[in-house]
Design a protein around this ligand. Structure first.
Ligand code: SAM
Length: 287
């Protein structure tokens, strides 16, 4: 433990402390020591975090720091850090700042040359990725997709040719709609790992095709509950070339209307519908 001094407590710094994402056994020894020794703990939801502190037997001061009160508490927190105090930032679960608040505080601490130090631990995205059985050498963390359908589909279509593994957080209320849009944007053959309730009693980690995943989630209401990470395989670099797609579309356009040709080409190749539509449009214009 390099940063704990038994006499003075702890080195002044802003500590980003990860907390469990379900299983309380995932709290690290160092995280407990830091939370015990800092001058104050800034928490996303103090009532929620108080339960964790009680469980761990930690008696330390908590103050709320979330996106709605950030403007008010930020100057106070910065003042304390400048006075040489130590602060730990925690979120409701997992690693702070990963789809959680804290960005402005950390950015400001860097601006003011205050030491910022992570105390790593659980993170749902990394836990899901490690268990996904999909490429992990390059991945893109996409966080939460837009809640509105049109915006979500557009965001997914923009990722259709991304070759890195994609990691998404999704609310259980939108999971079916999200998978439906993924099928539309990525094609039903694309592999996905559905990671639900990680580290908890009903933990589920299953890899299958996107089409299978949509059917399964539709048919099993239990899969529409709890917390979910979706890990989606990246686009194959060798997927249908532009020339092959043009050839296929030309054949289809000879027989069918544009929209139907694009939809069929998308189903056959797995290339996203919008990309097929745009190419079909270009081909038609140059016909
Ligand atoms: N900072 C957190 C982390 O490090 O994972 C993420 C916070 S974000 C507000 C909450 C989202 O993370 C959930 O909606 C879900 O997508 C994912 N998540 C959190 N805990 C999870 C778990 N135990 N199993 C699966 N997904 C989880």
């Amino acid at each position: 433990m390099s940063n704990i001094n038994s006499e003075s407590g702890i080195e002044p710094a802003l500590y980003l402390v990860a907390t469990p994402i379900g299983n309380l056994g995932d709290m690290t020894t160092r995280a407990v020591e830091v939370l015990q020794n800092v001058d104050i703990i800034a928490a996303e939801d103090t009532r929620h975090s108080q339960k964790l502190l009680n469980h761990l037997g930690i008696r330390n001061k908590l103050m709320a720091c979330h996106e709605h009160n950030e403007q008010q508490v930020l100057p106070q927190l910065m003042q304390r850090l400048q006075n040489g105090e130590s602060i730990a930032l925690i979120s409701d679960a997992g690693t702070p700042l990963i789809s959680d608040p804290g960005y402005r505080l950390v950015a400001m601490a860097h601006e003011q040359q205050i030491r910022v130090t992570p105390v790593p631990g659980a993170c749902a995205a990394i836990a899901a990725l490690s268990a996904a059985g999909l490429a992990t050498d390059r991945f893109s963390f996409e966080g939460f997709l837009p809640a509105k359908q049109q915006a979500r589909l557009r965001a997914l279509q923009a990722l259709a040719q991304e070759s890195r593994t994609l990691v998404f957080y999704e609310s259980c209320h939108r999971i079916e709609a999200c998978l439906r849009d993924m099928v539309e944007a990525f094609g039903e053959a694309r592999r996905i790992t559905f990671a639900r309730e990680l580290t908890k009693t009903f933990e589920t980690v299953r890899q299958m095709s996107l089409g299978e995943c949509l059917q399964w989630v539709r048919q099993d209401a239990n899969q529409q509950k709890g917390e979910i990470v979706l890990v989606v395989a990246g686009a194959e670099p060798s997927e249908t070339s532009q020339t092959e797609l043009s050839q296929l579309l030309n054949v289809l356009l000879d027989e069918l209307p544009l929209k139907q040709s694009a939809a069929l080409a998308s189903r056959i190749t797995g290339v996203n519908k919008n990309a097929c539509y745009q190419l079909a449009l270009t081909l038609k214009q140059h016909d």
